[in-house]
Design a protein around this ligand. Sequence first.
Ligand code: WT7
Length: 647
Amino acid sequence: MSQSLYPVSDALKSSAHANKEEYQRLYQWSVEDPEAFWAEQGKRLDWIVPFSQVKNCSFAKDKASVKWYEDGQLNASYNCIDRHLPDNAQRTAIIWEGDDPTADKHITYRQLHDEVCKLANGLKQRGVNKGDRVIIYMPMIPEAAYAMLACARIGAVHSVVFGGFSPHAIADRIQDCGAKVIITANFGRRGGNQVALKDNVDKALLKDTTACVEKVIVFKFTDSPCHWNEQKDEWWHELTANCAAQCEPVAMSAEDPLFILYTSGSTGQPKGVVHTTGGYLVYASTTHHYVFDNKPDDIYWCAADVGWITGHTYIVYGPLANGATTLMFEGVPTYPDVRRMGQIVDKHQVSILYTAPTAIRALMAKGDEPVQGSVRDSLRLLGSVGEPINPEAWQWYYQKIGKSQSPIMDTWWQTETGGILITPLPGVTDLKPGSATLPFFGVTPALMSSEGEILEGEAEGNLVITSSWPGQARTVWGDHERYNQTYFSTYENMYFTGDGARRDADGYYWITGRVDDVLNVSGHRLGTAEIESSLVAHPAVAEAAVVGYPHDIKGQGIYVYLLPTDGTEITPELTKAVRTWVREDLSPIASPDMIQWTTGLPKTRSGKIMRRILRKIAANEYEQLGDTSTLADPSVVDELINNRLNR
Ligand code: WT7
């Protein structure tokens, strides 16, 4: 581990929203009297009915219950838009940068208001009511944010599905949440290619499990034609043509759901993580304020996709709640070439840049080219999210992208946490490359041994959070039991994160990665069980085992072991077909990097696959397999080692 320390600059010490002394005082206060601390933060928002109760939470096994500000009422869209209008109607809310480097747009808070209201009225006309579910399957264009905020305005629960997901994945999500309406675009664009979004929706709607969908609202983004279903489809521009640019925001109870976002777990199908209105928005606003130190003159760019929680909290809800200018980028950092990120920074004078280690590593692999053709002097703060940032990538980000001028906020959090939990703060925290450092206000992390004991001081163990914070997910849609089981059954009265971590002598946290069967591929979360179930649905596959292995750019790669069905002839074409199958069935993100066919898998006598062994072989660490004597048939191990692919 790197021992180097990057102290807070003098400039930030005096200018940032919090300094060292304040942090100590505020942190102390936030954990000793969370009610008072979070009541104070609650004032960041405008409430229709003010709350009198702040926190009502229990992490009890089998009956976890998380409620914040429960008797308050508010509207998220109002908080992200209307309340900025009196003073800042002409401020830019969204800067949109197209996939095509010549395409961009500035949307003021006034324009945002009008577009959101028109769509909200359109949705109402089509019978969308408070509590109804709406799936949003959009490219990275301002209309994706309009759609989210229009739902929030009328109290509909949105569920954004990442534009890279397959028809199968869309169909599963439609069915799970019982969506009434889908909002999509005819096409998206990414890296110079067209993405047939509407076509994917059509395919999803062929299944009779998706009959709950009454309407598909289609934004016409490109001129290419798409298939049309007269019964269900309606153009966005036609729907909204006669809609008023005024729409009264619906009063939502703080604990009414704001959105559902699906994420992968270690078992079964992705789960619909539910975030509610009050606590989520307070947390998004508070963390965005302190972690990114956003000031009125900043241009803030979170380079995530709105299909992930990072996009929800730190492209849309957090920055807009704070009246910031948020940049939305449609494309990828390598198109038209690897200099794109720096060029966007210069073009829009971005001052705060929040991106993922996988993007940094992909650029770093290209040497100095990514930083040629841009000066990036507008930057003052950098952020990282999604996976551990290795010190080498940290240094490259810091020195090359940031010219050693901007500290890096390595933010640890999860879909379930709603916002950032462990992170440096700009004016507060001396940085250590590779460490997410210290807990945010109100966050109480702890490390646990596998025997269930709390570890003190310098230690390594399973990362838990011992008490609730307002941004915490409230349930799994339609399956509270799974929520209890996944997060609260491992350790008594604690939220189990699924991550491992180390704490050093300074109390800094170093996240070591998932300790469950969840992979983190390029910052995207994938369950091995999900990929396996897709693989065994292929006619040539009898059995499948999926593990992660270290990958230079993706962080983790996907290594697949397959047992063919009887009589199957293994050919390179078949291997290719299986890969395509997974890409189309789940998503290109889930595409296996390595596929090894085998005649057997290492199993215990009771039939359990010993993944530990498969992980070692995939990592090419076959000399340290440990004890294999408990295997039903130890000879399969030699075959697996001899045919290993990652050499
Ligand atoms: C998992 C959550 C948080 C939004 C994006 C991912 C890993 C996330 C970090 C970080 C080390 C990190 C964890 C976590 N992770 N940020 N800064 N350092 N690991 O959200 O898809 O819900 O994935 O991402 O393993 O559990 P997600």
